[in-house]
Design a protein around this ligand. Structure first.
Ligand SMILES: [Mg+2]
Ligand SMILES: [Zn+2]
Length: 220
């Protein structure tokens, strides 16, 4: 029996050309966001703590501006529409596994036929005076990273006996997931990390590159 192909696809820097959280912070520039990024990078705080702390710097009174900016500023990478169609036509399950925030991910993915339950991201609340990030997809007992949105927990929930797992990503948050899958599609930092550890990967620039590779490589 052949395995079912399943794709775990990152959003920021992968489906979109740029990182939307960084773009929001750079644009609205609330005092104190840059030291938080440094703490995330030197791992003195977790990604969950850092992302929560950065958005807590933004007043909910600017909600409309922030949401509008995020949505209009983002650019979808070439070939994504064709990739979604390719997955549908070939019975490949496509899951979006993103450490980004619902208020920009859902509107940006709306033009594509991806069921809501296949989109994993962080949530948000604009009820208080500053933006509060919600964490509906926490780490399981195998992950101690405090990811916020835990990609490895989602990947682990699909059993490797029945699924051929494919990850598409660009960054550190995809790297732990990349260790758990059969095939890695990488760009940017994820390429450097795969090279350092001698992980086999396919480099991609557009989703057309990924379609071409998947077509060339029949299901195991
Ligand atoms: Mg990314
Ligand atoms: Zn985790």
């Amino acid at each position: 029996m052949s395995k079912a192909r399943i794709v775990f696809c990152d959003f920021d820097g992968t489906i979109t050309v740029n990182d939307n959280i960084v773009a929001i912070m750079k644009h609205f520039d609330p005092p104190g966001w840059e030291p938080i990024v440094e703490k995330i990078l030197d791992k003195s705080i977790s990604i969950r703590q850092g992302v929560g702390a950065m958005f807590a710097l933004l007043p909910t009174s600017r909600k409309e501006e922030i949401v509008d900016y995020a949505i209009t500023n983002a650019v979808i990478r070439d070939g994504f529409r064709e990739f979604v169609d390719y997955c549908q036509a070939n019975d490949i399950q496509l899951l979006i596994t993103s450490g980004g925030i619902d208020f920009f991910i859902y509107p940006l993915l709306k033009p594509f036929p991806i069921p809501t339950e296949h989109i994993y991201s962080n949530g948000s609340s604009f009820e208080g005076s500053t933006i509060q990030i919600l964490w509906p997809n926490p780490c399981d007992e195998h992950c101690a990273t405090d990811c916020g949105m835990c990609k490895t927990s989602i990947i682990r929930s699909y059993d490797s006996e029945h699924y051929e797992k494919i990850i598409i990503g660009d960054s550190i948050t995809d790297f732990e997931g990349a260790k758990l899958v059969d095939t890695i599609f990488a760009r940017s930092h994820l390429v450097d990390m795969c090279k350092q550890l001698d992980y086999p990967y396919y480099a991609f620039e557009t989703f057309f590159d990924i379609i071409k590779q998947l077509e060339a490589d029949p299901v195991v």
